[in-house]
Design a protein around this ligand. Structure first.
Ligand SMILES: *Cc1c(COP(=O)(O)O)cnc(C)c1O
Length: 412
């Protein structure tokens, strides 16, 4: 039974009753679909990347997955690879980024967006984000373009498409390549087209927390024959598509995925659309429950967004409220109420390992200033994971009630 004024009760951190003890949806989700396909791979004896593809009549799960993924993402080509981090390195190299070239990336993202460039000596330059959407700010990107700039990486953070219209226009005007880091955005769409291949190339991740999960794994999508062939080569130790086995025309690595991962992903894809629908529905409910609370700000979508895929539900503390509240303390109180809010990213432009690596490659220190992203990280943004959004309506009401209870404790 829900008591009307339960949030007036003592906080769980102070020994009160938590708002929620039921937990949230368990992850990963699987059933006999995964079991069947995994056993097919096991008994086929063809477990590995290119090995199976060379056998006539072999029904490769990797090939099947790539076809389905390309179709699903409105792309001409999809190429599976080892993970979402190397997918970005491959994408950068496949569009022609070279050591010493500059790549503009948002400061509010996972480290791989930047470290994938540094892996081969390309230099990330950090652009700030928009306060309302938490996505790469096209104006900030434009200010950072120099003769050394070769590419822009748009990150669809939380599953929300970045402003691809403006970023593409800027990239085209300056002769730059546009890469989409879509690790969090499987299924999202912008102006009615699935993200991923709207730019020159897009990358995805199947790491275990992501919305499509194979434990590990990655995917690249593109509409360009040339980019596809180069990416294939980087994934396959510099081999050439349709070339001889020991013909290596460039320095690539073995970045292949396995048939086992492809089997799991084919099964996971059968639930993807339903899961996106549930996440969107629950996110909309949270937006309406929390939107009226003056201490909170819900995150806006970029104009042109036709589907937010919700890898995360992000929420902001309003600036005035965040001034009197310590973000860590606020999260600790929510966690005690049974609500798994987390802190989220630390601004990448302030990451010392990245700064050191930039200095090693260029011989000069460089620290970018990204005040919006720094304030969002340090004061305002809270995260809920996609698995929370797969729970039921009751769970969303509990989240709202827990937030009210904790917020009220700051004005007592
Ligand atoms: C998860 C993630 C990656 C890296 O993917 P892995 O498969 O874990 O290597 C890259 N970029 C973003 C935005 C991510 O969330």
């Amino acid at each position: 039974m829900r008591e009307g004024n339960r949030w007036m009760n003592k906080l769980a951190v102070d020994g009160g009753t938590p708002v929620r003890t039921a937990g949230f949806k368990e992850w990963p989700i699987f059933d006999e679909r995964e079991e069947k396909l995994l056993l097919e791979v096991l008994h086929s004896g063809k477990w590995g990347g290119t090995g199976g593809a060379l056998v006539p009549d072999f029904q490769s799960k990797i090939t099947q997955l790539e076809k389905q993924f390309a179709q699903y993402h409105d792309a001409k080509y999809a190429l599976a690879c080892a993970n979402g981090t190397v997918a970005i390195t491959i994408a950068l190299q496949a569009v022609g980024v070279k050591p010493g070239d500059e790549v503009i990336v948002p400061s509010y993202t996972f480290i791989a967006t930047a470290s994938a460039a540094l892996a081969f000596g390309a230099i990330p330059v950090f652009a700030d984000i928009e306060e309302e959407t938490l996505l790469l700010d096209p104006d900030a990107v434009e200010r950072l373009i120099t003769p050394k700039t070769k590419a822009i990486i748009a990150v669809h953070i939380a599953g929300a498409p970045a402003n691809l219209k403006r970023l593409k226009e800027i990239a085209d005007r300056h002769g730059l390549k546009l890469i989409e880091d879509a690790a969090q955005a499987i299924g999202a769409s912008f102006e009615g087209t699935k993200i991923g291949a709207i730019g020159d190339i897009g990358t995805f991740s199947f790491q275990s927390s992501k919305n499509l999960n194979a434990g590990e794994g990655g995917m690249i999508v593109t509409n360009s024959d040339e980019v596809y062939q180069a990416a294939w080569s980087y994934i396959n130790v510099g081999r050439v598509l349709d070339g001889a086995w020991y013909q290596h025309d460039r320095i690539g690595q073995n970045y292949r995925i396995t048939e086992f991962q492809a089997a799991i992903l084919i099964a996971q894809m059968t639930r993807l659309e339903d899961q996106i629908r549930v996440r969107k529905q629950n996110a909309a409910l949270l937006d309406s429950l929390l939107g009226q609370q003056e201490e909170l700000i819900t995150v806006k979508e970029t104009p042109g967004t036709t589907c937010h895929a919700y890898h995360l539900y992000m929420l902001r503390l309003a600036p005035e409220f965040s001034e009197r509240v310590d973000k860590n303390d606020f999260i600790r109180k929510l966690n005690a109420e049974g609500l798994p809010f987390s802190y989220g990213y630390i601004p990448l432009n302030k990451n010392e390992a990245i700064q050191k690596s930039i200095e090693e490659w260029t011989g000069k220190p460089r620290i970018d200033s990204c005040p919006v992203s720094e304030r969002m990280c340090e004061k305002e943004v809270l995260w809920l994971s996609q698995t929370v959004l797969l729970s039921d309506e009751e769970a969303m009401n509990d989240i709202s009630e827990g937030l009210r209870k904790v917020i009220a404790s700051y004005s007592e």
